[in-house]
Structures are given as C-alpha cells and as structure tokens.
Design a protein. Sequence first.
Length: 262
Amino acid sequence: MLMPGRLYLVGLGLSSNFLTQATLDALRSSDVIFLDGYTSISCDLNAELISKLTSKEVIVAKRSQLEDEAKQLLKLAELGNVVSIASIGDPMIATTHAALAVDAMSRGIEVKIVPGISVFCYAVSKSMLSSYKFGRSVTITYPTGIADVTAIKVIESNFSQGLHTLTFLDIKDDKPMRVSEAFDVLREQQSRLGRDVLGQFQYVVVESRLGCPDEKVSVISVNEADEDVGSPPYVIIFPSRLHFMEVDALKWLRFKREYRST
Ligand SMILES: C[S@@+](CC[C@H](N)C(=O)[O-])C[C@H]1O[C@@H](n2cnc3c(N)ncnc32)[C@H](O)[C@@H]1O
C-alpha cells in the first residue's frame, strides 16, 4: 500500500540572515521544493540560493500553481513524496496557504508548518510600538476598476478604537508598490468615502527592506511620501492613540539618536 507523504509549509524569514535551522532541516529532507514566488519578495532569498543551501532543485511556483492547480501538487505528496512549499517570511501570515494545508490534511497527507520570521513581527518590533495595540492589518492594493475602499476603512476603524494599523503594499507583476503610490490609493479611497481619514495622522512609520543590510525605518508625515524612505518593499504603520513611551519611541525614530527624552 502506498504511504502518503508529507507537506511542509515552510517560512524562510525575510532574508538569508533569518533562515532558521528548522527551515533548512525541512527543506533538506524534501523530495520536491516549491518556492512561493508571488506573496512576498526578498533582497536575497531566491531559488538559486535555496537550491545552493539545500542541494535540491527549487521550482518557483506561481499563484495559479499553488491555488488553482494545487491538486497536482498534492498528488506528489499522495504518491509518498515529501513536498515543501517555501514562502518568504512566514507561510501562514498574510498569505493564503491555509486552504492548501486543509486540502492536504483531508487527503490524509501529513502537514507540518515551520514558521519563519514574518514581516509582521519584524515590522512591529522595529517600530517599537506596543504589539498589544495593533488592530486588523490590511493590504493597500492597486486599483482594479472596482471601487474598493477596504484599506482606508480598516485604518479608520482601527484608529477610532485606539488601535494601530499595519499595512502591506501590493505587489503586481513582481513590482512592489511605492509609498507615494500607496498614499495616492488611500487618498482616492477616502475621497470616495467623503472623509479625511489621513488628516488624522500626524506621523506614520514607513519600514523598508526589513531584514536586509539597507533596511530603513522612517517616521514621516503623510505629506512627506517623497522623502528618502529607502527602497521597496515597504510596510506602513498608521499609529493611533499613543502611550507616552510610544511617543518617545517615535520621536527617537524620527530624529534618530539626536533625540533625548528629558
Ligand atoms: C502579503 S505580505 C506576505 C507576508 C509574508 N507571508 C510574511 O510573513 O512576511 C507581503 C508584503 O509584506 C511587505 N514586505 C515583505 N517583505 C518586506 C520587507 N523585507 N520589508 C518591508 N516590507 C516587506 C510588503 O508590503 C509586501 O508586499
């Protein structure tokens, strides 16, 4: 009788500096490695590097392969193979791999999740804002022609509850959205609502290329989107009601080491 194999959903962290031993062990024990090539982007993690570190062939998978054609991929595990799907960051945070895991489990395939350092944790940590005070996160997406106001509504709703909002910026055709484009999308969304949501924020936190040698954390006003905020990819945090420790932290980030709290 054929023994079903195993499916690993593996997180790679944000860059090669944040690859864990657990992730490398899972990948090295795999017969087939797919690299999720569309949910995120890294400064140095790519198929070549993972192949070099694991001595395995790595197949870059498009959205269609991991979503619409997932049955073919799961067939490999049903035939007894150990299959890994490796994602930049964490495989289950701000990605849609839960459906794949449930599908695999319902076919009797053993599923193992190996977490990775997510941009979500990394960005909250580097912002020095209180993790207890974050509300729902949201992606600022490129307009599709449909009058979408999701992102601005989430930011507004969190703000009214005293909660900070972490926003991811869309990636289209491998091109990550820029900060000025994100503010343009939000301005368009708020004008549809007829409300000045962005005007409520004195400062936002822009974090770029986290986990890379040139990562940058900037505290800017919404009108300073063209300031040097580093290179993509970015997250933007919209802070709400701040504890005085958080005020000090943001002042420190804005004015860097020159700031002294007295
Ligand atoms: C949909 S999320 C996927 C998150 C991933 N599953 C994780 O756990 O890190 C991808 C978005 O996160 C942000 N992002 C990813 N890596 C980043 C980095 N190194 N620095 C800043 N933002 C990043 C960008 O907005 C990007 O479009």
